[in-house]
Design a binder for this molecule. Structure first.
Ligand code: NAP
Length: 423
């Protein structure tokens, strides 16, 4: 586990803001002061535009809801091109230390550099901070959607971020490592793989599964949501995805016994009627579920999935509600959290004031909810709904709305701020 820093570390260049206070961890929970220091990273491409617009909207909502009693003290840290200019490297240690100190951060998208040691800066950040849960809410705000039941699309997906086939443990078919593994399997277990087979390893651990499930259940409790559905392909991959299912249930009925009823218990003890105040924990096989969020979205709410399933279902779910300009995300560890949109740097829109800032703004909403400022998040979501249903949208949405003139991103941002201020 990567520890939260309780006192300021030695920074090479950054300086902790003189105003505001850091978020701390007390008795296993975040203790959030009225003026928390929150790190932001602008990112590359459209990042600087959408991050500054997101900060403006968040500030307006916090001001409106708490009337000056609360305020975010933003603290800039660097990654990507801006870090290259400031530090001569893409991901300076200062940035990691700043997030470990401030606990939460808002980030813009980063270009994945080609031909460097990093597979991706984003992956490097998640690894260095051990942000094991990728949390992706999917919500319909009235935007153009290809889904007949879009108004029922309201899910929060908890995707495991560190294990599974995405752990990066794989070898080319013609590599000596793959050759060695093929020989080992043949000699030790009598398993014959084709000579031209590439090999990938799919690790799924009890530790990794249960810390994710713990986060999802705590989220469901804190936000009054449910059911919590475990998505897996355990009928085929018994000791990885099947075990994911078992370990997730095990955690639910041991650590959250007072809060949950499993699907089995629902029928055995409660005649199919969920008792008042309890959260249903059930499971579904992945392929079935990929269909059912389209055919019966009302049956799903919080979804917990291993890395690969989580990737597929979150992209599918976001497509149902109109795509990437609206898709928010947050990577969280035990305490630290880094909110960022699902989309990338959209280089062709950089500096043009046309990229939709909503995904970045909604990522900010996740951060607000994470620190317990839910009222401010609600005000922002209400403004987004009002703007979209009033046809005040950026070009990505306007092009699917016949007769609607697109707003510039800055105009759209101002619309949101005006709605928020008006109340
Ligand atoms: P992308 O940046 O997400 O852009 C793909 C397309 O999605 C854009 O051309 C645009 O579609 C649409 N789009 C994305 N964001 C939008 C927004 N805010 N408003 C309106 N439309 C938006 O994906 P990419 O082109 O594959 O990747 C570009 C760079 O971003 C790469 O270096 C990649 O590695 C990086 N990346 C970073 C992250 C991250 O930081 N977490 C995530 C993904 C990718 P239209 O052309 O149809 O208008």
């Amino acid at each position: 586990m990567v520890e939260v820093l309780e006192s300021p570390p030695e920074f090479k260049k950054l300086r902790v803001p003189e105003e505001g206070e850091k978020i701390t961890v007390r008795d296993g929970r975040l203790a959030v002061p009225d003026e928390p220091i929150v790190v932001y990273i602008e990112g590359d491409g459209i990042g600087p535009q959408i991050v500054s617009q997101a900060r403006a909207v968040i500030d307006a909502a916090v001001e409106k809801v708490y009337g000056g009693k609360r305020r975010i003290v933003w603290w800039e840290a660097y990654a990507g091109e801006k870090a290259m200019k400031e530090y001569g490297e893409l991901l300076p240690e200062d940035t990691i230390l700043a997030i470990r100190y401030s606990v939460v951060a808002l980030k813009g998208p980063l270009t994945t550099p080609v031909g460097t040691g990093f597979r991706s800066l984003n992956v490097a950040l998640r690894k260095k901070l051990d942000l094991y849960a990728n949390i992706r809410p999917v919500q319909f705000f009235g935007q153009p959607s290809p889904h007949k039941y879009a108004e029922h699309d309201n899910f929060v997906i908890f995707r495991e971020n560190t294990e599974d086939l995405y752990a990066g443990i794989e070898w080319r078919a013609d590599s000596p490592e793959a050759q060695k593994i093929r020989e080992f399997l043949k000699k030790e277990f009598g398993i014959e793989l084709r000579e031209d087979a590439g090999i990938g390893i799919k690790p799924i651990s009890k530790f990794g599964t249960q810390r994710l499930m713990r986060k999802a259940l705590q989220y469901a409790i804190d936000n009054n949501r449910g059911p919590v559905t475990i998505m897996h392909k355990g009928n085929i991959m018994k000791y990885t995805e099947g075990a994911f299912r078992e370990w997730a249930y095990e955690l639910a009925v041991t650590e959250f016994r007072d809060y949950v009823v499993t699907e089995e218990e629902l029928w055995e003890k409660y005649n199919g009627q969920l008792p008042e105040g309890k959260i249903l924990v059930n499971d579904r096989i992945a392929d079935n579920m990929l269909q059912q969020i389209i055919t019966r979205p009302w049956d799903y709410d919080v979804i917990v999935a291993p890395n690969v399933n989580g990737d597929y279902i979150s992209d599918e779910a976001n497509a149902l509600v109109g795509g990437i300009g609206m898709a928010a995300g947050m990577n969280a560890g035990d305490y630290m959290a880094l909110a960022e949109p699902v989309h990338g740097t959209a280089p062709k829109y950089a500096g043009k004031d046309v990229a939709n800032p909503t995904a970045e703004i909604l990522s900010g909403c996740l951060l607000l909810e994470y620190i317990g400022w839910k009222e401010a998040s609600e005000v922002i979501k209400k403004a987004i709904r009002e703007a979209i249903t009033g046809k005040k949208v950026t070009q990505d949405l306007a092009r699917h709305m016949p007769g609607v003139e697109p707003l510039k991103a800055s105009e759209y941002t101002q619309v949101l701020i005006d709605i928020i201020r008006r109340g």
